[in-house]
Write a protein that binds this ligand. Structure first.
Ligand code: SAM
Length: 515
């Protein structure tokens, strides 16, 4: 072994040692927090093998691999920096900077990397300005959902994202979207960025603005989507993608989309024309499915039905009571309406009804739905008043109840004719994850279902020909898993989900002849 090789293997040994210290530090810090606390800050580390794949790919695409100016705005313990040290010589890293909001992680990481030339700032990335620009950003940003970003902070982050990128993101966009767009001001011209993010933005409405940005303001060159069946992060069940772009006006005609396997050796890989990407609303169909051509003639579910999410009660445990509990508490039944148990407990696809319109199910549940004022209740229904009092300080202070005119007023939703269980796992090609349930009762549903309401014409036809309901229900249940999934989404671990707008867009050519 020559001197150079000896030196290299000594460096490798040092890097391996620091990586193993980092790993045990990561485990120690993770174990100090509950899952809920970690979710709040999106604290789910990147496995080192994945971090190395990502960094290696970045190094292949950076213009000046001998002069790396590296930036990670969501550092954690530094999986990507560690990967960088393993994938290149430290002499080539001329600047390395990182940001971490959590002092616990920032302090621990500062000690771990004390002897290395990396600056670690304990700050909120969305709240600081760049000191300089970098030519390589690699980041696994916090996957913090929009409702966990707090009120005033949300407005500030939104405004800042718009100021930097020109993109006004929807309030539904998660923190990771803001990270990606805000990072632009930290990038040098021609800099390369690799973002490990949920693939959700590729299909949903709030992602449209990001996709337009990626196609027009920077040069998007690669998206690799991992197979959701093989969840990358066992503790944060999301299906992830790595999105690669350069900070420059785009000149490319194609973007490489790959799927499954690894970034370096994907199972499938195709170049997709930028024009196709502009037209297609669901990018997750690439590269496994061909481009869709706009179908003019196929009717969609929205031509026959409205779809609404079931009621969000603001506290199912409080507002939904079993029949036995209602009589035990002596509450007046007139203020309760039947409600179906959560989709997970209803195994059937048809709900029969008793003479009162109540569903015939072993679990008989009722939703407290009283529109009287507190004074009226206190005077006329003291037991109900007492029950409502017991919800004060807890249920009544929940987000939803607090935003209502009167905290216990429920949304007024008629019993739907058909409901759809919009989340589940598929069991083979024909047996889809979503079930359509024919509801013959007057039970309403909570938001574990999507409720289908026929348009006026169709509802008149249902009255004239009652068997039509059943025919349509059977046809909907006969749809293949694929035709529904064309519109829905697949999450980590194979969980499938369809949103109201997506369900409305499902093609229902079979209804043409019969309605
Ligand atoms: C998904 S983890 C990634 C950590 C690490 N880079 C890795 O790949 O293993 C996201 C990190 O961002 C941090 N974080 C969350 N919000 C942040 C913010 N506003 N500014 C900076 N860091 C933030 C979290 O504490 C967490 O350590």
């Amino acid at each position: 072994m020559g001197t150079h090789d000896r030196r290299l293997s000594a460096v490798q040994a040092i890097n391996d040692a620091v990586e193993s210290r980092r790993l045990s530090l990561q485990e120690k810090l993770d174990s100090r927090k509950t899952i809920k606390e970690r979710r709040k800050l999106g604290q789910f580390a990147t496995p080192i093998s994945l971090a190395r794949d990502i960094v290696a790919f970045g190094l292949e695409h950076i213009d000046t691999p001998d002069n790396i100016r590296f930036f990670d705005p969501a550092f954690g313990t530094g999986a990507f920096y560690s990967a960088l040290l393993q994938e290149t010589e430290s002499i080539k890293i001329t600047n390395a900077t990182a940001i971490e909001i959590d002092p616990l992680f920032a302090d621990a990481a500062s000690s771990l990397w004390f002897d290395y030339s990396i600056k670690i700032f304990n700050s909120d990335f969305t709240d600081i300005e760049p000191d300089t620009q970098y030519n390589m950003i690699i980041c696994n940003p916090p996957y913090v959902r929009h409702h966990l970003i707090e009120g005033e902070g949300k407005v500030r982050i939104k405004n800042k994202t718009e100021k930097i990128s020109g993109v006004r993101l929807s309030g539904l966009a998660g923190l990771y979207c803001h990270f990606l767009l805000q990072s632009i001001q930290w990038m040098d011209d021609g800099a390369v960025a690799g973002w490990l993010i949920p693939s959700e933005f590729m299909d949903v409405n709030y992602g449209k603005a990001i996709k337009a940005f990626l196609l027009s303001e920077v040069e998007l060159f690669r998206i690799h989507r991992f197979n959701p069946e093989d969840a990358q992060f066992s503790d944060a069940l999301v299906s992830s993608a790595v999105v690669w772009f350069r900070k420059k006006k785009p000149t490319n005609l194609n973007v490489t989309f790959s799927y499954g396997g690894s970034l370096a050796v994907p199972h499938e890989c195709k170049n997709i024309a930028v024009d196709s990407l502009r037209q297609e609303s669901k990018w997750t169909r690439f590269p496994t499915q061909p481009q869709r051509f706009v179908k003019q003639s196929a009717p969609k579910l929205k031509d026959y039905f409205d779809v609404k999410r079931g009621i969000a009660t603001g506290g199912n445990d409080f507002f939904i009571l079993a029949e036995s509990r209602i009589s035990e508490l002596g509450l007046p039944l007139e203020f309760f309406r039947p409600v179906l148990p959560s989709a997970r407990y209803v195994k059937t696809t048809e709900i029969e009804s008793d003479a009162f319109g109540n569903p015939i199910l072993s679990q008989k549940l009722f939703l407290l739905d009283c529109r009287l004022s507190e004074d009226e209740i206190k005077e006329g229904y003291p037991l109900l008043w007492q029950y409502l009092e017991s919800g004060k300080g807890s249920v009544a202070n929940g987000y939803l109840c607090k935003t209502r005119k009167c905290w216990y007023f429920q949304e007024q939703r008629e019993a739907p004719v058909l409901v759809c269980t919009y989340m589940g796992r598929s069991m083979g090609k024909r047996k889809g994850a979503f079930r359509f349930i024919l509801n013959n009762s007057r039970a309403t549903v909570t938001n574990s279902y999507l409720a289908l309401y026929p348009h006026k014409n169709l509802s008149e036809q249902f009255i004239a020909t009652p068997s039509l309901k059943r025919t349509i229900w059977e046809m909907l249940n006969g749809m293949t898993a694929d035709s529904l999934l064309d519109e829905g989404r697949v999450y980590g671990g194979g969980l499938q989900k369809i949103e109201p707008k997506e369900l409305l867009n499902v093609d229902v050519p079979f209804l043409l002849g019969i309605v």
